[in-house]
Design a protein around this ligand. Structure first.
Ligand code: HEM
Length: 306
């Protein structure tokens, strides 16, 4: 194969499809394990675990490199896949595959391009809803814990003890501690802020104007609200049910795409041997069912527990 053939021959394109596809399959496993925390852990512990996880994913250098490989793989897989689909269509002007479906490699194979395009649309809207809020938007609330402390004070005139309930917001910092962020002044009933937030997460002492730490974006609350669960006083998405249905439908599409794609990528790489083909096909089909199903359960559970 010539130097340019490594990238441009149709065999090379199939290799790239397979390599990027297999990489995206491993991405799905990692992403699923991270997201399952949304339904397996509850309360403040669950919120903290998920927000710390999301922060780690955005700050660990190794994960950052993997993230860029993921973006590249999505783009390359989509572009080459569409190109190959167009070339295939041109090579079969009479729509051979549709007219004689029995002679082709099954429904999933014929619809791979259209399924892939739907998944691409899903990924774009999905990243606009979550990835953008974690990485770019500066309007996402920080991980704040609301608490009430009771203070006892003695009235110097009467000697009577008065109990005062003071609502305090604590911000969770990346050092792992909760720092007082704001409180309601019992006399004036006004909210007093102790910190300024700059660049979305940097915490500055209001008086000293010194950076005192970094907070976490509350991505957990963003996801929960998106799928209809009211958390931290934030408004829930009024379209939550529609979002849940669209996620479930998209996971069905992903299921069909993987049903064919998993085993097919091994074939394209020439990794087919009589001895292993059965196990590869079985693993591919089990993966195609289990992974999208678990992904789909997440928004459904969040919605049902609202
Ligand atoms: C239904 C369950 C899912 C939930 C709750 C979910 C949640 C999230 C969240 C919260 C983020 C932002 C995290 C961050 O950037 O640190 C994210 C990013 C992302 N999601 Fe999902 N996701 C789900 C399913 C999927 C599926 C099925 C795919 C692919 C087909 C996918 C592809 C992506 C990609 C490519 C990113 C960007 C990752 C990165 O920047 O490294 N997600 N998802």
């Amino acid at each position: 194969m010539s130097k340019s053939g490594i990238f441009t021959s149709s065999l090379a394109k199939k290799y790239w499809m397979a390599l990027t596809g297999l990489f995206l399959i491993t991405f799905l496993v990692g992403h699923l394990l991270g997201n399952l925390q949304l339904i397996t852990k509850t309360g403040e512990e669950g919120r903290r675990a998920f927000n710390e996880y999301a922060y780690f994913m955005g700050h660990n250098i190794f994960i950052k490199i993997l993230a860029y490989v993921t973006y590249f793989s999505i783009l390359a897989h989509a572009c080459i896949g569409l190109y190959l689909a167009v070339q295939n269509k041109k090579a079969r002007p009479q729509n051979y595959a549709y007219n004689r479906p029995g002679t082709n490699s099954g429904a999933a194979s014929r619809y791979m391009a259209i399924l892939g395009t739907i998944i691409l649309v899903f990924i774009c809207t999905h990243m606009a809803n979550f990835w953008y809020k974690q990485k770019v938007a500066e309007t996402v609330p920080l991980h704040v814990l609301h608490k009430e402390i009771t203070e006892e004070q003695q009235n110097p005139m009467t000697g009577q003890t008065i109990k005062q309930v003071i609502p305090i917001d604590y911000v969770l910092t990346t050092k792992g501690d909760y720092m007082p962020f704001a409180y309601v002044d019992p006399q004036s009933q006004q909210k007093m802020e102790l910190m300024d937030v700059k660049e979305g997460t940097h915490l500055y002492d209001k008086k000293a104007e010194l950076q005192v730490g970094e907070g976490y974006r509350d991505l957990h609350t963003v996801v929960m609200n998106f799928f209809g669960q009211s958390e931290q006083g934030q408004p829930t998405n009024e379209w939550a049910l529609v979002a849940v249905i669209l996620y479930v439908v998209s996971m069905f599409v992903l299921m069909f795409h993987l049903w064919h794609g998993f085993a097919s990528s091994f074939q394209s790489l020439g990794l087919n041997h009589k001895k292993y083909n059965g196990i590869i096909t079985f693993t591919g089909k089990a993966f195609a069912i289990v992974v999208p199903l678990l992904f789909a359960i997440i928004p459904v559970m969040i919605y049902l527990n609202r």
